[in-house]
Design a protein around this ligand. Structure first.
Ligand code: MF3
Ligand code: CO
Length: 266
C-alpha cells in the first residue's frame, strides 16, 4: 500500500533526509587514504545519535551497522570493516536515519583521487541517471517512466550494467514502503505517481556486467566480473511539476572540493 504524506509529514521527512545528507557531508570531510570503513561507520552513527535520531539500517532485518559502505566491486550493503581505503577506490556510502517517526535515505559514491577515467565516467553516469530519473518523477507519470529514463541512459547511451536485484522504494514511517522503484523498465507502466508520495530513487550501475552475487557475509552485493560499481540515492517527494528533492548533495559536494583526497572534478 502506498502512503501519501501530508504536507507536515513531508516537512518531517525533509528533516530526516537532510540529516542523512549532513551525515554524508561529515563523512566526506573525513574520508582519505588510510582510514577504515569501520571508522567512517562509527562516526556516522555518533553523528546521527548526536542529532537525536537513530540509524535506520542498524538491526533492519538483522543488518549489523549504521551505514552500508561498499568499496569498488561491492555494489551495495557492504559491511564497514577494518579494510583501509586507498587511492583510486570508489567508496559508496548509504545512510538512513529515523527521526520524528520518519525515515530519510540517501547514498553517495566518493572517488579517492586519483580516479581513473573509466571510473570517473561510471560515477558521472550513475549520478546523472539519478537526476534523469528524478526529472521523470512527477504527477502524470508512472514509476516505469523513472525506471526507463535510468536504464536507457546507463545501458543504451553508456553500455553500463543496471543492477536488477535491488530497487528504489517508497519510504516514510517504514524504511521500505510501496511502490518499488526499479532502475529498469518500460515507459508508461507501473504505479501512478501521486502528489506527496515520497520515494527513494537509487540507481546502482556497474561498469561491466549487470550481474551480481552475494558475498559470504550474506549481505555484501558484488559485481560478477569484479568491475567497479557506483550508487547514488535521493529521497524525493512527488509534485505536479518538478519533484521536491528532500535530501541534498550540496554539502557533500562542498566537502569534496575542500578535501584534496577526494576526486571532485566531475
Ligand atoms: N538504501 C538501501 C535501501 O533502501 C539501504 C538498505 S540497507 C539495510 O534498501 F541494511 F537496511 F538493508
Ligand atoms: Co534506499
Amino acid at each position: 500500500m502506498v502512503h501519501i504524506k501530508t504536507t507536515a509529514e513531508v516537512e518531517l521527512m525533509r528533516e530526516s533526509a537532510l540529516l542523512v545528507s549532513q551525515t554524508l557531508s561529515e563523512l566526506a570531510s573525513l574520508i582519505k587514504p588510510g582510514i577504515t570503513t569501520s571508522m567512517l561507520d562509527k562516526r556516522a552513527e555518533e553523528f546521527i545519535l548526536d542529532n537525536k535520531a537513530v540509524p535506520s539500517f542498524k538491526n533492519y532485518k538483522g543488518y549489523p551497522f549504521a551505514t552500508c559502505i561498499s568499496v569498488n566491486d561491492a555494489v551495495v550493503h557492504g559491511f564497514p570493516n577494518s579494510n583501509i581505503i586507498k587511492e583510486g577506490d570508489l567508496v559508496s556510502v548509504d545512510v538512513g536515519v529515523f527521526k520524528n517517526g520518519f525515515h530519510g535515505d540517501s547514498a553517495y559514491t566518493f572517488g579517492l583521487a586519483p580516479v581513473v577515467e573509466e571510473h570517473k565516467l561510471l560515477m558521472q553516469v550513475t549520478r546523472q541517471s539519478l537526476y534523469l530519473g528524478i526529472e521523470r518523477a512527477h504527477v502524470g507519470n508512472r514509476v516505469g517512466d523513472i525506471s526507463n529514463a535510468i536504464q536507457e541512459f546507463a545501458e543504451r547511451n553508456h553500455h553500463m550494467g543496471v543492477v536488477r536485484e535491488l530497487v528504489g522504494h517508497g519510504l516514510g514511517r517504514h524504511l521500505h514502503e510501496d511502490p518499488q522503484v526499479p532502475n529498469f523498465g518500460k515507459k508508461g507502466t507501473g504505479a501512478k505517481l501521486k502528489e506527496n508520495m515520497v520515494i527513494a530513487i537509487e540507481p546502482m550501475i556497474n561498469l561491466g556486467t549487470k550481474d551480481v552475487f552475494y558475498d559470504s557475509d550474506g549481505w555484501t552485493v558484488r559485481t560478477r566480473d569484479g568491475k567497479f560499481s557506483a550508487h547514488y540515492e535521493h529521497t524525493i517527494c512527488i509534485k505536479k511539476g518538478k519533484a521536491d528533492i528532500l535530501s541534498s548533495f550540496d554539502g557533500i559536494i562542498q566537502q569534496e572540493k575542500l578535501n584534496s583526497s577526494l576526486m571532485s572534478d566531475y
